[in-house]
Write a protein of this length. Structure first.
Length: 176
């Protein structure tokens, strides 16, 4: 089974012309500092997304492990949070059919696009050979991405712009 991944919105920027007209603009140090600061912002985003995912699985009978990968390629920065948990995958994406039979008093612990988990009631009592209606997709991943996208991009832009301002000011002062 494939891993499930939350993919934070990519943040792209165009820095190739920054400092082109200013000989004192230290492009090398700027790029190094920018990558370092944006990677730190990405680590903070990982913490936020991971806490949201853990809220979804808080009342489950088993622990769900999430791992993360921070990727930076050229002008693209992204966060990928992954789990190999099959139950999480089935619930997040839904299924067309299921073979598990649930108890009469069954109440799910999770709901569509709700970032959280409740106690629930009942559980699986067996399996059938003829498929039953599937599991409704909870769409947690889409919901988290929707909730985080604006703040994530705003934070990345703020960091980037503050660095440009700082390096631009420093280059201007050196050029006097």
């Amino acid at each position: 089974m494939a891993d499930f991944s939350y993919k934070g919105s990519f943040f792209r920027f165009d820095w190739q012309n920054i400092g082109a007209d200013m000989p004192h603009f230290d492009t090398h140090t700027f790029v190094y500092t920018m990558r370092y600061r944006l990677a730190n912002d990405l680590k903070e985003e990982v913490g936020i997304v991971t806490r949201m995912l853990q809220a979804v699985t808080r009342t489950w009978e088993h622990d769900v492990d999430f791992t993360y990968d921070i990727r930076t390629y050229g002008d693209t920065f992204s966060v990928i949070v992954t789990t190999k948990d099959e139950i999480f995958w089935y619930l997040n994406n839904g299924t067309d059919e299921r073979y598990a039979v649930m108890s009469q008093d069954f109440e799910p612990k999770t709901h569509v696009r709700t970032i959280g988990s409740q106690i629930g009631r009942g559980g699986r009592v067996g399996f059938v050979e003829t498929p039953l209606p599937g599991i409704e997709a909870r769409e947690w991943i889409d919901e988290i991405a929707k909730r985080r996208e604006k703040d994530f991009q705003k934070k990345m832009s703020r960091t980037f712009n503050s660095l440009v301002d700082r390096f631009w000011r420093e280059a201007h002062q050196k050029g006097r």
